[in-house]
Design a protein around this ligand. Structure first.
Ligand SMILES: [Zn+2]
Length: 92
């Protein structure tokens, strides 16, 4: 779910050209449901707190930002706040 307004996205785009496409890539990503509670309100965990990733995390609920990788799973459930999935991404 997009958490910011169109004008906020436009502002982000000025600072980080191309970020609008990235936001929508995450927003439209097919993510697995939570294995614990079954919620489909899940996010892809991304590592590295920099300006661009902070904006992505602000913009969509499907982007969960961690400062460091912890190997516990690449997805995050926004409902019950658990990490799940494989410990690392395969391919892309
Ligand atoms: Zn859950």
């Amino acid at each position: 779910m997009i958490k910011v307004s169109d004008s906020e996205i436009k502002h982000m785009e000025k600072q980080h050209p191309g970020i609008t496409d990235q936001i929508w890539d995450f927003e439209n990503a097919e993510l697995p449901p939570c294995p614990v509670c079954g919620s489909t309100d899940t996010a892809s965990i991304q590592v590295g707190v920099i300006g661009r990733t902070i904006y992505l995390a602000m913009a969509t609920t499907k982007f969960k930002l961690y400062p460091n990788g912890n190997g516990k799973g690449i997805y995050f459930c926004n409902t019950c706040q658990v990490q799940f999935g494989p410990s690392r991404r395969t391919g892309g």
